[in-house]
Design a protein. Structure first.
Length: 89
């Protein structure tokens, strides 16, 4: 059985370990995505918006899938959003 602690621990390990090593700084990555989405949509999108919309993407995916990794990713993106917001990002 997967527990909430397992999900939170896995999310924390991913966003500070493998994914950070693979993709680099979450702040830089989300800033790049925000710039691209802003240009494409013609509206200002912030780094926090990017993380929040990725949470929504993962929630949407969870509706048609029973993979617990969607919920791990929701936790990861929520943590990133909280960190970016707290740092003024």
């Amino acid at each position: 059985m997967v527990t909430r602690e397992d999900i939170l621990r896995t999310a924390g390990e991913l966003i500070t370990g493998d994914r950070q090593r693979t993709y680099g700084s979450a702040k830089a990555s989300h800033a790049t995505i925000a710039g691209m989405w802003s240009a494409y949509l013609g509206v200002d999108v912030t780094e926090v918006d990017v993380a929040a919309m990725m949470v929504l993407l993962k929630v949407s995916r969870s509706r048609s899938s029973d993979h617990s990794d969607n919920w791990v990713d929701v936790c990861g993106y929520a943590a990133i959003a909280g960190e970016l917001e707290a740092s003024g990002g």
